[in-house]
Design a protein around this ligand. Structure first.
Ligand code: G3P
Length: 214
């Protein structure tokens, strides 16, 4: 299973990348806007830090606008992936871009049908949103399991990026269900290394060692 970082915070990416657990990065317009810096500059910086796919999202709504943006974004770095929203215009764009060899990540997937349409249009990655489905009381885990079963049954190349991951349980569950990738906010990465019994155990070891040394 791969872990992507769901952030555009370059300092956080540099720090977490040192742990050797980061396989890529995803961003979206909300994430980029938090940085208050030029979109292209930020994506190019991230692409140099991380040795893996880095998703940068288009903002146009018509297929021809998305295609033009995507062609330009694809020139920014060899590891850039163009994120396209799950709309009919988005699918038209993915169909053209995939034939040009431009990698795409179709985002805002909430149903199996949407996932299938994106896969058939030629998406490299599909991003079902776990947290936002839970927000409306829908079973996000069934969606992940169904998408994985369909990809395996038909031997599709598309990979699932479980997105809108908000807590460690989300990460653990999507891992068990076969999401190829989970994209995780930087703050959650820190929580994934911690447990109160680990901290307590360390304290006890240090205390016992100090007593022994005396
Ligand atoms: O990858 C998509 C993700 O950033 C959305 O997360 O928490 O805004 O639903 P959230």
């Amino acid at each position: 299973m791969k872990f992507f970082l769901d952030t555009a915070d370059v300092s956080a990416i540099k720090l977490i990348n040192e742990l050797g657990v980061v396989d890529g990065v995803t961003t979206n317009p909300s994430i980029i806007s938090k940085e208050g810096r030029d979109f292209e500059t930020v994506i190019k910086e991230i692409c140099q830090i991380v040795d893996g796919p880095v998703s940068a999202e288009v903002t146009g709504e018509a297929a021809e606008d998305m295609i033009a943006e995507a062609r330009s974004i694809a020139q920014w770095a060899p590891n850039v992936v163009v994120k396209i929203p799950m709309t009919t215009e988005g699918l038209k764009a993915v169909n053209v871009l995939s034939r040009e060899g431009i990698k795409t990540n179709v985002t805002l997937i909430f149903t199996v049908s949407q996932g299938l349409m994106a896969i058939k249009a030629g998406a490299t990655y599909i991003s079902p949103f776990v947290g936002r489905l839970e927000d409306i009381g829908t079973d996000a885990y069934q969606l992940i399991a169904d998408l994985r079963a369909i990809i395996d049954f038909y031997d599709y190349d598309a990979k699932i990026i479980a997105a809108s991951i908000r807590n460690t349980v989300h990460v653990e569950e999507v891992a068990k269900l076969g999401a190829h990738i989970a994209t995780i906010p930087d703050a959650l990465f820190a929580k994934m290394t911690q447990h109160p019994l680990t901290a307590q155990g360390l304290e006890i070891f240090a205390k016992d060692w100090a007593a022994f040394k005396q």
